[in-house]
Design a protein around this ligand. Structure first.
Ligand SMILES: Nc1ncnc2c1ncn2[C@@H]1O[C@H](COP(=O)(O)OP(=O)(O)O)[C@@H](O)[C@H]1O
Ligand code: SF4
Ligand SMILES: [Mg+2]
Length: 311
């Protein structure tokens, strides 16, 4: 359904001295109908940048995104509009989507107005149905965002995202600003909506337990790259970074073991992106690492092919 081919993104900042930061580097992924794919990785590894490229909020520096076989990247805004209701982003912060000066009813109605072709009555009926679908009452409709709890507001964002019958929801840390009990409620609700509507979900999170609970497949990102991908990644992690991520989640109170200091890597170092922090690095890791198939798993580490990574 959604396919991303060799996506790269580089941020440029600074007026006098420009600084370039590669945020996403060579990401390939495919999302199938009805599937939930979790994307995990530490803060700053490029998850949100990837999400924005998937929903066409950012144009990749290179690479392409296809939706049901149609290339979206490089498409004019006029043509892109037809597809935009079909792929929706649910961001971490509801303020990115709902206007604080509008009632939430108006925010949920907006996609129908932008899309056009709906009568006033149709919009009203659709908005009512969307509020009901996310468990909000008619009484919530006339409130302003600041008059709702965090969980209620995130439900408004979900209602708005569902307006134009999407086929794919990209949830970028969509529950991380909420209390733990509300997080569980929203995730359960999203899964129910997914089942009912037959949607695909990309579930971006740093919560490994949530990722494991909701997903059919997991992508692990490090430094802008996918370093591991598979269905049972958390039960049998093969990449040293995935293991470090799981250890950090399991033993939060324990001291993190870092490898012997090796100083800055030389400019233009093209070897493994995890080389500096990897406890298992060897000279051979100074060569570029490709994602390779290891018994049905994709892993960006030559050692995993030898069956050597230790637990
Ligand atoms: N607007 C921006 N300008 C410059 N650098 C940015 C910008 N947005 C993000 N970055 C950098 O790009 C990298 C990836 O960011 P992001 O995609 O937000 O990661 P994540 O969502 O995994 O935390 C980070 O190093 C971040 O500092
Ligand atoms: S290629 Fe080498 S440095 Fe990179 S993750 Fe594997 S063992 Fe570690
Ligand atoms: Mg992010």
């Amino acid at each position: 359904m959604l396919k991303a081919d060799n996506l790269h993104y580089v941020y440029t900042s600074g007026l006098i001295k420009t600084v370039k930061k590669t945020a996403v580097c060579g990401v390939e992924l495919e999302i199938f109908p009805g599937e939930t794919v979790a994307v995990v990785g530490e803060s700053g590894c490029g998850k949100s940048t990837l999400a924005k490229m998937l929903v066409q909020q950012l144009e990749p520096v290179s690479g392409e995104v296809f939706f049901n076989g149609t290339k979206l990247t490089g498409m004019s805004w006029k043509n892109l509009r037809k597809f935009m209701g079909k792929i929706q982003l649910i961001p971490q912060n509801p303020d990115d989507v709902v206007d604080p000066r509008w009632t939430v009813e108006k925010s949920v109605a907006e996609p129908f107005i932008i899309c056009g072709g709906f009568s006033r009555e149709e919009i009203s009926t659709n908005v009512d149905a969307l509020f009901a679908e996310v468990g909000l009452s008619a009484e919530h409709k006339t409130r302003y965002p600041h008059e709702l709890s965090g969980g209620e507001l995130q439900r408004v964002v979900i209602a708005r995202a569902l307006a134009l019958k999407p086929e794919l929801l990209v949830c970028d840390e969509a529950t991380s600003m909420l209390d733990v009990s509300v997080q569980a409620f929203i995730v359960t609700m999203l899964k129910e909506i997914q089942m009912k509507r037959g949607l695909s979900l990309v579930f971006i999170t740093h919560d490994l337990e949530a990722a494991k609970a909701v997903s059919d497949r997991v992508l692990v990102m490090y430094a802008g790259e996918i370093v591991e991908e598979g269905a049972d990644v958390f039960d049998r992690p093969l990449h040293p970074y995935t293991r470090a991520l799981l250890d950090a989640a399991r033993y939060m109170s324990l001291e993190v073991v870092v490898p012997e200091e090796i100083g800055e890597l030389p400019y233009g170092f093209s070897g493994c992106s995890y080389y500096r922090l990897c406890r298992e690095r060897m000279d051979a890791c100074k060569k570029p690492q490709k994602l390779q198939d290891v018994s049905g798993r994709l892993v960006r580490c030559w050692k995993s092919k030898c069956g050597s990574p230790k637990n």
